[in-house]
Ligand binder design. Structure first.
Ligand code: DGL
Length: 253
């Protein structure tokens, strides 16, 4: 299958990595809107326009499916996406998160996400409809994406922001926390250290697992490929990809 995927920038590579680990045999065409990232503090209208432009960029690739890696786009622009993808199956991480919550059986759910994702309330609605007994505490975490984008690996740099965002979740007693932004799996260990009692949900793992069961198996011996493209500097994507999934760098063209 030819799977298109887009994100505001590098963060969606964590989603791509989850897919490649589960289904290395597909052909992935990834677009990172690095020139316009981050989306998380942009106006809803801008996010809708940028999402439409990203989809148009992927359209000529004759896709079999589209994965909206960016949660801000999926939360704010789902109607736009639906209109543009009337003949193309598309998937977001929102319903995968709700399924994860239901399967884990969690009832006090933390959501960490960008400001616009939290404001849109789409994750909360989906979780509440899948698990009516669930309580959701959504925390906007705007300081994390810029730090992760800069590639910082020193955990001390993240401490003030993690303290601000995670202490409320800890005090509240979240039994599961959704990593509701593509970038957060890159600092998953730091988040887990702050929240040792909470199960961290990376929705990309759940969506990839789910689709592996639903999509057809490839012919024997089929190898996959990964095409990375960006509206800005493509090299940034390649160097993040080496960090996220070093084993499959040979698949990239
Ligand atoms: N990719 C975005 C998301 O998952 C996070 C980064 C941004 O603000 O653009 O929400």
């Amino acid at each position: 299958m030819r799977i298109g995927m887009y994100d505001s920038g590098v963060g969606g590579l964590t989603v791509l990595a989850a897919f490649v680990r589960q289904m290395p045999y597909h052909d992935y065409i990834y677009f990172g809107d690095t020139r316009n990232a981050p989306y998380g503090d942009r106006s809803p209208e801008e996010i809708r326009q940028l999402s439409a432009a990203a989809i148009r960029r992927l359209e000529p690739h004759r896709l079999d499916a589209l994965v909206v890696a960016c949660n801000t786009s999926a939360s704010v622009a789902v109607d736009t996406i639906g209109r543009l993808c009337s003949n193309l199956p598309f998937f977001t991480l929102v319903s995968a998160s709700a399924r994860a919550v239901r399967e884990i059986g969690a009832t006090r759910i933390g959501l960490l996400a960008t400001r616009r994702t939290v404001e849109a309330g789409v994750f909360e609605r989906e979780i509440r409809s899948a698990c009516p007994q669930a309580d959701v505490l959504a925390i906007p975490a705007p300081a994390l994406v810029p730090l992760i984008e800069r590639g910082y690996r020193d955990r001390r740099i993240y401490e003030p922001a993690l303290n601000e965002y995670l202490v409320p979740l800890k005090t509240w007693g979240a039994d599961a926390v959704i990593l509701g932004c593509t970038h957060y799996p890159l600092i998953r260990d730091y988040i887990q250290e702050w929240l040792p009692e909470s199960v961290l949900i990376d929705p990309a793992d759940w969506l990839a697992r789910d689709l592996r069961k639903r999509w057809p198996e490839p012919p024997p011996g089929k190898t996959g490929s990964i095409s990375l493209s960006a509206s800005g500097d493509r090299e940034v994507l390649c160097s993040f990809w080496k960090m996220v999934e070093p084993k499959s760098i040979d698949l990239v063209f």
